[in-house]
Design a protein around this ligand. Structure first.
Ligand code: NAD
Length: 367
């Protein structure tokens, strides 16, 4: 039976989700809310949605499923508003916020006792781009799509959501909201704080040490890439997961203190162990073998500085889809080859490795 889906917030996430839903359910009617006209127009013109409004409350009573793809604060404000609207009985309300406890708590507070179902969700995919113009039907491909069920989730909700979102080609997974926020504070929120702090420290330092800018290369780029993320989104993430993130900051301060002490003591063994332990732990994490947010499959080729060498490699890889290609710069202390090629999945990367080693004598490293 065709359903009516209401997506509130036609930004990168909401508009990409609309495209994914249409892919598997072309018969569903998709209604869209957006504050600004620009994204409403794009979403209508590109057929992402069927009808658009700038009045959130107006479409809500028509929907079988309402997905709030807005900043966290606005998501909570709309949950509160939904509590006072005359919605369809059994409607599913979901969201896409990057932190979950604050949103799930708000739903439990405002929607309890209503004839609605609610399931928190966090699709672990995105980019630094924003707005409907950046929508991509493949944005969620192979990425984790996390559901955080709670007392309002009710029967069949997850099955209905997974069916609705099948065209996203995501990997659905369930986890408790608080645990979601703890895990993401460690592997996502805190690393963003670190990346931005490092960037800020370096920028200030570079004012007096001008060569710092020029020498910054592979390792520095890997460490600071996420400092280019969208500031508004990260501000709301930090403010909606405060205690957990503060706990990670305190823990990290102790770690910095400890390595500082080892350096101060000139304790060679402790310093060696510090690096060795981290190396072993990183290798055990299999970070490159996993799909999902931010993971990539990088292959490094040590190519000579000769004419057409990169064209030759690309020619060999004709038909294999590359995500990115990068020529590493002067300081290559932290990288494994001059030419770095990134792939979307392990099969493509392994195929490329085979093709390059069979057809050239260049050293290929996968790290
Ligand atoms: P976006 O900036 O592309 O879109 C946000 C949308 O919210 C826009 O349509 C904007 O018009 C609307 N909006 C903003 N403030 C509003 C307000 N006060 N009232 C009404 N509408 C308002 O952002 P996005 O990347 O699509 O993010 C949406 C949600 O998805 C956020 O909660 C974010 O935490 C979450 N999320 C983002 C990513 C990512 O990497 N981009 C990944 C996973 C989850």
């Amino acid at each position: 039976m065709a359903k009516t889906i209401y997506i509130a917030g036609l930004g990168l996430i909401g508009a990409s989700m609309a495209l994914g839903i249409k892919r598997d359910h072309p018969d569903y009617e998709i209604l869209g809310y957006n504050r600004s006209q620009a994204s409403r127009d794009i979403a209508l013109e590109r057929g992402m949605i069927d009808r658009a409004t700038d009045d959130f409350a107006s479409f809500a009573p028509l929907a079988d499923v309402i997905i709030l793809t807005l900043p966290i604060k606005q998501t909570i404000a709309f949950i509160k508003e939904l509590a006072n609207l005359d919605l369809k009985e059994g409607v599913i309300i979901s969201d896409a916020g990057s932190t979950k406890s604050a949103i799930v708590d708000a739903a439990e507070q405002y929607l309890a006792g209503k004839l609605v179902r609610f399931v928190g969700a966090h699709p672990m995919a995105g980019s630094h781009k924003t707005g409907a113009a950046s929508a991509d039907v493949n944005l969620f491909e192979n990425a984790y799509y996390i559901f955080t069920p709670s007392s309002l989730t009710g029967p069949e909700t997850l099955e209905e959501m997974k069916d609705l979102l099948s065209g996203l080609h995501a990997r659905f997974i369930e986890i408790d909201a608080k645990e979601h926020d703890r895990v993401t504070s460690q592997i996502s929120h805190f690393p963003h704080i670190l990346a931005s702090s490092l960037m800020e420290q370096t920028a200030v330092y570079a004012q007096d040490h001008e060569m710092a800018r020029r020498f910054a290369a592979g390792g520095f780029r890997d460490m600071t890439r996420i400092a280019e993320s969208e500031p508004g989104m990260w501000t709301s993430i930090l403010l909606s997961n405060r205690e957990t993130i503060l706990d990670r900051i305190e823990d990290f301060k102790e770690r910095l203190e400890a390595i500082g002490q080892s350096i101060s003591n000139g304790d060679e063994e402790q310093i060696w162990n510090f690096f060795n332990q981290a190396r072993e732990q990183r290798q055990a994490m299999e970070i490159h073998k996993r799909g999902g947010v931010d993971s990539s499959y990088d292959l490094y080729v040590d190519v000579p500085d000769e004419e057409d060498v990169i064209l030759r490699i690309l020619e060999l890889l004709r038909g294999t889809s590359l995500v990115n290609i990068h020529i590493n710069e002067e300081n290559r202390e932290d990288v494994h080859g001059i030419l770095q090629i990134s792939f979307k999945n392990a099969q493509d990367m392994e195929r490329a490795e085979r093709l390059i080693t069979e057809n050239t004598d260049y050293t290929v490293v996968i790290k």
